[in-house]
Design a protein around this ligand. Structure first.
Ligand code: ADP
Length: 382
């Protein structure tokens, strides 16, 4: 029988030591679970709170293998890691969740799209191209979103191609050419799945984006959608998790188009920016649920305890360097306002430096408090 997580010698390793790992550790310490971290940044947000911290590359075969080989279970907080090393660890008997097979698909937006198509999961229509020259044959089908198959994140590696002029901005790289969706709303559902296939979904949340930074500005929980759309979104998310046979969390980013159709945009096999509000707004947080699912423990209730709004705290424009947080005291004086700073030493414009969750029985009141927070809390530099 494998070792229980409450055995003092149980070792859990996470590839990546950013804010997601940091919030995971904050849950893990509540059940005496020790967490070991590998991260390329010597000052990563987990550095000071992990049981041990190893400085090394997540993409290097030897570094990942050396880190994982004395662990009982290895998980990730970022999907861009060396999958060959994780496969080798699996062969040697280390549990790896999410499984390397799922990571291979998710790392490549082209393989993700083919996976949706093969499994009848609704997603915007697409073509796969090898280089910019391939776009020519599809010009009659404009508008598209071009997405680089690998190497993009937070809106980087994504560009609209609506007409011939915009072709100048096209990437000359293997990409997905995805039909432009007439968006009503952007939604997200987080699923948790255990090794034996038990699943829960968190209620659907709604995202509003900052067009300049291409990052989430406000997240609303619950989403303002009909019961039919809520059910549909949760069913689609569960079917993706089931078909991938993934263990752990799966964040499913969705589009609701103007005709009421729900489509999968992309997925992430880990805790996600669209689940931070669960720490204060739901019975079980996404981090606790990830821990429960990878350890094969009973999953917690995902129900909302209080409506909430999450605001990302981004580095102010025009500031770069050692962090100075402005307006903390004023925000702490507001009711139901929970501040999370990620312990990053250095700020730069639009870097995710923290988030704030505002809970209130009335979502409109939460909205006006969230606006106050946004106008007050500023991350600048010395
Ligand atoms: P990333 O992986 O960098 O987050 P996404 O694929 O999620 O990139 O795209 C970033 C944003 O671009 C989305 O949140 C959405 O606002 C917009 N977008 C992406 N694909 C489409 C599409 N097919 N139609 C319309 N808007 C899109």
């Amino acid at each position: 029988m494998s070792k229980a997580f409450y055995d003092q010698s149980f070792r859990l390793g996470i590839l990546g030591g950013g804010q997601l790992g940091r919030m995971f550790i904050q849950e893990a310490v509540n059940v005496n679970l020790s967490v070991h971290i590998l991260d390329p940044d010597p000052n990563a947000p987990c550095k000071e709170i992990a049981s041990s911290f190893t400085n090394g590359s997540l993409k290097d075969y030897d570094a990942v293998l050396a880190f994982g080989k004395d662990k009982d279970l290895v998980t990730i907080e970022i999907e861009h890691v060396n999958v060959d090393a994780l496969e080798e660890l699996e062969k040697r008997g280390v549990k790896v969740y999410p499984q390397p097979s799922a990571l291979r698909i998710i790392q490549d937006k082209g393989l993700q799209k083919e996976f949706y198509a093969e499994n009848n999961i609704p997603t915007p229509d697409f073509h796969l191209i090898a280089s910019k020259a391939d776009i020519n044959q599809y010009r009659s089908e404009f508008p598209f979103m071009q997405k680089m198959r690998v190497g993009g994140y937070d809106g980087k590696g994504v560009t609209p191609l609506r007409n011939d002029q915009e072709l100048n901005a096209a990437f000359d790289a293997p990409s997905v050419l995805e039909k432009f969706v007439d968006l009503d709303k952007e939604l997200s559902v987080i699923v948790a799945r255990t090794p034996s296939g038990k699943m829960t979904t968190f209620p659907v949340v709604e995202l509003a984006f900052n067009p300049e930074a291409n990052l989430v500005d406000f997240l609303f929980s619950p989403a303002n959608i009909s019961e039919t759309i809520e059910t549909r979104a949760r069913e689609i998310a569960e079917s993706v998790a089931e078909k991938l046979e993934i263990v752990g969390l799966l964040a499913v980013e969705l589009f609701l188009d103007k005709s009421g159709e729900v489509l999968v945009n992309e997925i992430a096999p880990r805790p996600h920016n669209s689940g931070h509000q669960t720490i204060e707004g739901n019975y079980t947080s996404q981090f606790a649920q990830h821990m429960r699912s990878i350890l094969d423990l009973p999953l917690g209730s995902t129900d909302i305890t209080m409506p909430s709004i999450m605001v990302n705290v981004l580095g102010e424009k025009g500031f770069q360097g050692d962090v100075v947080a402005e307006g903390l005291e004023k925000c702490l004086s507001l009711p139901g306002v929970y501040i999370h700073l990620y312990g990053k030493k250095v700020t730069k414009p639009f870097r995710k430096m923290g988030h704030v969750t505002v809970t209130n029985p009335d979502l409109e009141t939460a909205k006006s408090l969230a606006m106050q927070v946004k106008d007050t809390l500023k991350i600048k530099s010395k």
